[in-house]
Ligand binder design. Sequence first.
Ligand code: AMP
Ligand code: DBH
Length: 539
Amino acid sequence: MFVQPPTWPEEFAKRYRENGCWRGETFGGMLRERAASLGNKTAITYADTHISYQELDESVSSLAAGFHQLGIQKGSRVVVQLPNIPAFFEVIFALFRIGALPVFSLPSHRSSEITYFIEFAEADAYVIPDIDGGFDYRSLARQVKEKLPSLPHVIVAGETEEFLGLDDLRKDPALDPQIHVEASDIAFLQLSGGSTGLSKLIPRTHDDYIYSLWKSNEVCELTQESVYLAALPVAHNYPLSSPGVLGTLYAGGRVVLAPGSSPDVVFPLIEKERATITAVVPPIALIWLEAAPHRSDDLSSLEVLQVGGAKFSAEAAKRVKPALGCKLQQVFGMAEGLVNYTRLDDPEHIVIHTQGRPMSEYDEVLVVDDEDKPVPHEVAGHLLTRGPYTIRGYYKADEQNKKAFTPDGFYRTGDIVRLTKEGNVVVEGRDKDQINRGGEKVAAEEVENHLLAHPDIHDAAMVSMPDPFLGERSCAFVIAKGNNKPAPHVLKSFLRERGLAAYKIPDRIEWIDAFPQTGVGKVSKKALRELAATHTANV
Ligand code: AMP
Ligand code: DBH
């Protein structure tokens, strides 16, 4: 059953409509309109395949018919785990069109995450590629089916083996069931980085997400001439929507799907496809900065390199223009909503030293102390926000919502920021129990719970340790039950066997006799972070 999550109070919804933020458009309708007005213009380029808006719209109608005949209904949830391939777009737009909700999982997720998403979202289907990046997703699906035999459908884009093929679902586009979908309906469930245990599911409406797309397009100056190169996994909120691949389609531009983010893959593709904008996380930006002087690819078409997902150091930021010949845009966003951008005409010091400012004039941003009292400019505090594209509550999370949102609907981002005099945001830290591993978010508690399942572990606490490349890596401290203290690599394989995504496996695991404690007797993660940092400095 689809449980309606908390949404905007009517007075806010009315205001956002009257102010023209929410246009009453749906994703299904938007694609149909682009197909009608742009026809043969290329929407998506993937290797040597070019898919026009018209063709995309037709395959979406044909798959909408197929999903519907399979019993996927309005409000059904479908876990979608697809890499940067055209099927990603066909599937999600087909689901949008029949009012079913994609649950966006990442290609790096494994059985632990996937079974949780399917169970928690009560999904009717799970969509995968056959093989990607050398990994066979059908074997993952088998593990998932073993744990969840009642999962109705596994659908494979590619070689199906015993599963259902996406191609088998393609019907005559004329059979598109023409389901009525409201712009105020939830369009999909995006994943939170997670801080208290497992990822929470983020319900985004057509209205609010489409607003975030066209507003991003305004700020990033996307037009029909824009060519967005997708180097990050497109299911992630940042390359999906800031303005990302969906913003590009909204603008009528062209999406180029890259199969990876290394300079060997991306630089020749920028040259070949004349890409104008692309988005990366800081560690990838560092690799590109290192590689550029040694290569001869023509990157002259690239106008903007977006860097976000984790803090980009000012030293690295300074090098973007000289090394790559394009503008840098810093992006500080979250799947829950609020996105900040430096503007393309901002002076250099702002682009280098800040994470930009909210994209919408209707974003409300507060920086507060521990008692929720606003702090002055230039003083660091907790960032709270609400606005026309920031959710008012997670999906099926009544208890957690009481903590994650203030009574008047502000989302507690868990980020520590300061606001400059000009109104730009500088990210200073975090008060959520999360490790940001170069843009990949790891909830400490989730990993700790997996460690606690090991028979030799009495207690576990995971913290970040500084890293020059990723910004942060993870270090888990563990206390033994008895005398048995398996080597770290044994514990890492234990976690891998439990089906945990690779980026969540602690970079380091250390046995410790007892945890340092705070004044009130809680585990002091601050002291553990200091310990991890000293150890890092010593190696
Ligand atoms: P997620 O929960 O996965 O959507 O990640 C959102 C979080 O990523 C934010 O709340 C920040 O903690 C972090 N983040 C995103 N962009 C940046 C950035 N440019 N600088 C620092 N932190 C960032
Ligand atoms: O890290 C993020 O989640 C993120 C970063 C930049 C994001 O969701 C976004 C832009 O929209």
